[in-house]
Design a protein around this ligand. Structure first.
Ligand code: NIG
Ligand code: FE
Length: 412
């Protein structure tokens, strides 16, 4: 079959992120954005074949379909690397309790929090969970996301966890990375965390690996949830089974869970709000990406992670919404970016790299997405203004069109 060749021309400004790619998304500077003015982009069979100044374009109109982007700005599509997309019900009542002074942990201890969402999710059918997941995925795509991480973790029993992972795997639209988060909280069927963990390691992890339902595993290590030692047991098993590793670490307190997770060559360590200076040094020296989730810190009225110290130490940073019904009931990337800039003092180039290439590294997809580089997927957004307008006005998404593998996923 003849190769499918598409040439996007008349691009006012295009960000390749080439400099960030050569630095593996560490220490990003404005000069790493790889800005090309009057650019063209050649896409062969869904992948970038060439990118550069339009005046250097060699492809002829007879070989390819030409598409003018009318002088607009093109950026690599966003990668959303941490979502709890699959759940039923909401927790708006708990939000009110928190306003009245109850803490997240107090609500969880009396059977609310994750447990509440587990009860709602167990009652939901595949059709209902699919409808909710599709609606939510579309909200991300409208904001320029073409790669989306989706966690399970609101089933906590074999049947519901598998159902949620199947719904995630079947999602249409963005590229999906699935993460098994059975170790989100104790399953109500088990008397304690140890007996639940035993079942996870002996039954669930082997099954998830065998049926290829998840690309990686996640665990919530926190006081009142899984301990550091339980985390080690879980990761040892995941590693034996060849599953990728990520974790919710040092979110509400310093449990030293960042350092423990780094023993297992994780793809990412997420939250890291209370990570110690020693952990930040270890993180900088590792291949792991720190995923920062400032909208959950905002909703919990917590401190924010030390993004400046991390970036300056050489940590590769990603950003994410942490979309979930409890700690971060928002899918808004603009809120995340504005909080990153205002509260964590990240510069706009740092935020842009964090939400593209940094996030691609966090999902071990850096060879395929996150920058407009030759041989990566031709995934990009066309903006309705300049890239400098991104992550500035909360709720405003200046995205005019979104392309995945060179094909429109969304066009307004
Ligand atoms: O990333 N901390 C653990 N997991 C979620 C919250 C889950 C929930 O409250 O439903 C988080 O913040
Ligand atoms: Fe989370």
């Amino acid at each position: 079959m003849r190769a499918k060749l598409k040439v996007f021309t008349n691009i006012g400004e295009l960000l390749t992120l080439e400099g960030a790619r050569s630095k593996q998304a560490r220490h990003p500077q404005q000069s790493d954005l790889g800005v090309i003015k009057s650019a063209a982009l050649v896409c062969r069979d869904g992948k970038v074949e060439w990118v550069g100044h339009e005046c250097d374009l060699k492809t002829k109109a007879s070989d390819a379909e030409f598409i003018s982007l009318e002088g607009r700005t093109v950026i690599p599509a966003f990668v959303e690397p941490h979502t709890h997309l699959i759940f039923a019900g909401d927790r708006s009542h708990e939000f009110e309790w928190r306003i009245q002074g109850q803490t997240y942990q107090q609500i969880a201890a009396k059977g609310g929090g994750i447990r509440h969402t587990v009860n709602e999710t167990r009652k939901a059918s595949v059709a209902e969970l699919t409808r909710l997941a599709e609606e939510r995925a579309e909200v991300f795509v409208r904001q320029g996301v073409t790669t989306l991480e989706v966690k399970s973790g609101y089933g906590l029993d074999v049947e519901t966890e598998l159902r949620c992972l199947q719904v995630a795997r079947a999602l249409k639209g963005p590229r999906v990375v699935t993460t098994y988060l059975g170790a989100h909280s104790r399953s109500p069927e088990f008397p304690d965390l140890d007996s639940y963990l035993h079942m996870l390691c002996n039954e669930m992890l082997p099954r998830v690996a065998r049926e290829k339902l998840a690309d990686r595993v996640d665990i919530y290590v926190e006081e009142g949830f899984f301990s550091v030692e339980q985390g080690r047991t879980y990761f040892r098993r995941a590693q034996e089974l060849g599953l990728g590793i990520t974790a919710h670490v040092d979110q509400l307190s310093d449990t030293d869970s960042t350092a423990m997770t780094l023993e297992f060559a994780p793809q990412s360590v997420d939250h890291v709000v209370f990570a110690s200076d020693a952990s930040i040094r270890k993180l900088a020296a590792s291949g792991a990406t720190a995923v920062l989730l400032p909208s959950s810190d905002f909703y919990l009225r917590m401190q924010y992670p030390k993004a400046r110290a991390m970036i300056e130490a050489g940590v590769r940073v990603a950003l994410s919404t942490d979309f979930n019904p409890g700690t971060s009931p928002t899918q808004d990337l603009s809120l995340v970016g504005v909080l990153a800039r205002l509260e964590m003092r990240m510069t706009l180039p740092e935020v842009l790299v964090a939400y593209t290439l940094g996030a691609a590294f966090a999902l071990a997809r850096e060879a395929h997405v996150g920058s407009l580089s030759v041989d990566k997927y031709c995934d990009f957004s066309v903006l309705s203004g300049s890239w400098s307008e991104l992550f500035y006005s909360v709720g405003r998404h200046p995205i005019q069109a979104v392309y995945k593998s060179g094909e429109p996923l969304l066009r307004s």
